[in-house]
Structure formats: C-alpha cells, structure tokens
Ligand binder design. Sequence first.
Ligand SMILES: [Zn+2]
Length: 302
Amino acid sequence: MCGSDLFLQRGGFVGAPMPIVPGHEAAGTIDELGAGVTDLKVGDQAALYYIEAPSDSRFARLGRANIGPDVRRMGVDVDGAFAEYVVRPARTVIVPPETVDPVVLAVLTDAVATPYHALVRIAKLQAGETLVVLGVGGVGSNAVQIGSLLGARVIAVGRSARKLELASQLGADVVLVNGPDIEDAIRLATDGEGPDVVIQCAGSGVLDELAIRIAGWLGRIVLVGTSTESFQAQASSFVWRELTLMGSRGFLQEDIREVLDLYVAGKLATDHLTQNLRPLHEANEALEDLALGRVLRTVLLP
Ligand SMILES: [Zn+2]
C-alpha cells in the first residue's frame, strides 16, 4: 500500500477506469504460465513491474518504458495486486537473484525503486553533492538511504521527530524539523549556498515552492510526490541560479533490478517499511493509516 493508492482513491489519476482493483507494488510466486512463456517457471518468486508499454513505443526504445501515451499501469489502468492472484505479461515479471522475504520484495519494487529512479536516473546525484529530502515518508525515507549510499551529504526535512529519527538511522547527516525558519536552517546547513539537489517527496504545493526556493546554484529539483496542488515560482529564480526542475515518474524495471542487487548485497535497510502487515481484507484500514500518517507503508497479505 503506497501513497499512490491514496492518490488513486482521491481521483488523482484522471481518466483511470473505475472501478479498478488497486495494487501496483507487489510480489508473489508464479502459479501458472501462459502459452509460450519459457524463461519463467512455476514456483519462481516474482517481483512485479507495474507498467507495461508497447515494446515499439519510441519511449520504450529510448529506455523509458515508464513514459508515453500507451503505458498501462497495474492498479491504475488495469486491475492490480490487491488480490490473491494477478495476471501479468511475462516481460513485467522480475525474478530476484536469490530468494527474498516476499514482504521485502514487494516494498523494493516501489518504495525503494521510486527514489532510486529519481536520484540516480533523473537528478543524477553525485558523490559529494548535498541533497535535501523534503518529506520522510515511504519514499522520502528511502531517498535518504539512497542519497547516503551514493555518497551525498543528506539533509532530511520532516515534521515528526519519530520520522527524523528514522532519517538519522538511514544515514541523514542533518535532520531539520519543518517549521517557519526552515529556509534559514537549510541555508545555514549548506554554508549559505543551498543544496545541489532537492527531492520533494511529499504531495504538497507548499513544499514544491519550498523546494524551488531553497535549491542552490545550478540546483536540480526533482518532484516525486504526486500533488495536484498548484504552486508559484518566478522565472528569475530559475534564471539567476540556473535551476532545473524535473519530474520523476515511478521507475523502470532496471531500477528494480539494481535495487534488488543492492538489497542482496546488504546495502539497503527495509525494516522501516515492513513493520505493518495486514490481511488483504483490511485494505481500507491500511489506506486510512496511510492517510493519517500513522505508517510509512502497510503490506497486505492475501
Ligand atoms: Zn506506489
């Protein structure tokens, strides 16, 4: 269960057919194969990539199968994985390099792959750069650990002391409580220059504006938190500082594979994502927990 499921519930995915079975962040075991599938076998563990795109789309040819007018998203455009069984194209199935706890496998496919895509492929975060993470939730907490893994100096900004404590455990060098003085605090923590990269993980127009205001010279701002709220910015901000504003949409199969390799190598923490388990029929309660900020993630067990 992910923030995008709340976004779906609130009508954020305009044009999505309703009713739809949600669930785009999932793992399981292969129960049956379609005719002609030879590279998978029954009983294999499977992480699911939620997007299918025509292989001849020009975006897929560019290596960006997550983008384009013809992508079909499991749990948004077609029925998803809040279910005992789900039918998926074989090419969207990823068999992990070794057996992984299925609960962990599920959260690696999105909660970790999303900030990985945003920081590695979109923002191209480099070792030695300063990264500000706005919002320490299901995605932001993992932006902290991936930023740290990439060798960046990580400043986490959040509202709750408990989540900032988690950010520290996951490798944040500085944690700051979001309050009226947050811009000054970030400036102070970056020697007055502002960060090289800001990743905005909370769905909030106010934080989108903050992200643009705090970015340093040549700063890259990457928006991950899906918000439908408008925000304002001045062209002069972008011109004087030569800022780049980027959106990051989900992730690629390659991101899941690379995240899996990092996990198997012991480089990723997942305990913070797998503490809340519920049976599938408590999906509504799990959505409410997420809406109220009580949990970073709940994993539903069919
Ligand atoms: Zn998601």
